[in-house]
Design a protein around this ligand. Structure first.
Ligand code: NAP
Ligand code: NAG
Length: 321
């Protein structure tokens, strides 16, 4: 079987991004050298887009995989691979954005990233370690943080810039002031949390949507089995001779979003790429749209408190559904 060639989307920045990306987050990351060989497997089977973040702990291993892929001739040029990384909440202070990107670049061993995202619309006190933000949250500075992201772009250190986990209201605040609009909003999106309203807004405003947890993150500490155990998806998978994962990913692909799917298993990596040469019937699409109960997998409850900047889930997510 020859390698799959993944189609690309042209972002508002003019850059091209492959529509299937490999995730770089896991509950328990394997040791760095193992992780590097996993990313090399992914390159071997056809992945050209990789998603990491300062807080994932996978930047170094990914960077080594890119270097080795170039050495081994798996890819010809750095430009053949699309790398995304993200600004963590403790660095979501205007003055810390550029240093944080430089640190990520150093870890990755790269001159530039293809896409730099604000990981969450959340700022915590400088130096905060870990994921417990209790009592450490500060109001998020949309305008100042985005200006610093624009600086990263102008310096050529990030070819495209964007956001992650932003709702419609926060996006509109960025668009009000931006000289460079966000190219991407990477959000939780899958058959069990379809994001209709947010996707409509992004489409109207030329912002590409990338879907994280496209399989509902089954098997991780933050995920659930709502996608992988969905009877609606299972029935369609049987009818089409596909796997549930393939049906779930194909549905996202047909909505025009890119999928960021994580598998560290080479067979499942291949399986997840086999979504390009067939389509869902209208009837099956409608079933997915109408018959799967909708619920956010990642609630965001931990970021909401009476004395914090977000006093309700609606404030955090802008009431989007
Ligand atoms: N921006 C954000 O805030 C944010 C949040 C969450 C995630 N993300 C990004 O999105 C990526 C993907 O999301 P995710 O990791 O949360 O969840 P996901 O891709 O929906 O699911 C990953 C889980 O599904 C399993 N899996 C993969 N392919 C499968 C298949 N064909 N059949 C059965 N199981 C399969 C994986 O196990 P195996 O590895 O064993 O195959 C893993 O346990 C992350 O890695 C990260 O890069 C971003
Ligand atoms: C979902 O995750 C559970 C727990 O890790 C696992 O036992 C199960 O096989 C997974 N389901 C699928 C369909 O991959």
């Amino acid at each position: 079987m020859s390698n799959v060639v993944v189609p690309e989307v042209v972002l508002s920045s003019g850059a091209r991004m492959p529509l299937i990306g490999m995730g770089g987050a896991a509950t328990n990351l394997p040791p760095p050298d193992v992780l590097t060989s996993i990313f090399l497997d992914a390159i071997e089977v056809g992945y050209r887009h990789f998603d990491t973040a300062a807080c994932y702990g996978s930047e170094e291993a990914l960077g080594r995989a890119v270097a080795e892929a170039l050495d081994r001739g798996l890819v010809k040029r750095r430009g053949d691979i699309f790398i995304t990384t993200k600004l963590w909440c403790a660095d979501a202070h205007p003055g810390l954005v550029l240093p944080a990107l430089k640190k990520s670049l150093q870890g990755l061993g790269l001159e530039y990233v293809d896409l730099y995202l604000i990981h969450l619309p959340i700022r915590v006190k400088e130096g905060t370690e870990g994921f417990d933000f209790k009592g450490k949250m500060l109001p998020f500075d949309v305008k100042g943080t985005w200006e610093a992201m624009e600086e990263c772009s102008k310096l050529g250190l990030a070819k495209s810039i964007g956001v992650s986990n932003f709702g419609t209201k926060k996006l509109s605040q960025i668009l009000m002031h931006a000289t460079i609009p966000p190219a991407v909003n990477q959000v939780e999106m899958n058959a069990g949390w379809q994001q209709g309203k947010l996707r409509e807004y992004c489409k109207e405003n030329g912002i590409h949507v990338s879907a994280w947890s496209p399989l509902g993150a089954n098997g991780t500490s933050w995920g659930s089995s709502v996608v992988m155990e969905s009877h609606v998806l299972k029935d369609i998978a049987i009818a089409r001779g596909k796997t549930v994962a393939q049906v779930a990913l194909r549905w996202i692909h047909e909505q025009g979003a890119s999928v960021i799917v994580k598998s560290f298993n080479k067979e499942r990596m291949k399986e997840n790429l086999q979504i390009l040469d067939w389509e869902l019937s209208q009837e099956h699409s409608d079933k997915i749209k109408l018959r799967i109960p909708q619920r956010r997998g990642f609630s965001g409850e931990a970021f909401v408190s009476e004395d914090g900047p977000y006093k309700s889930l609606d404030e955090l997510w802008d009431g989007d559904c």
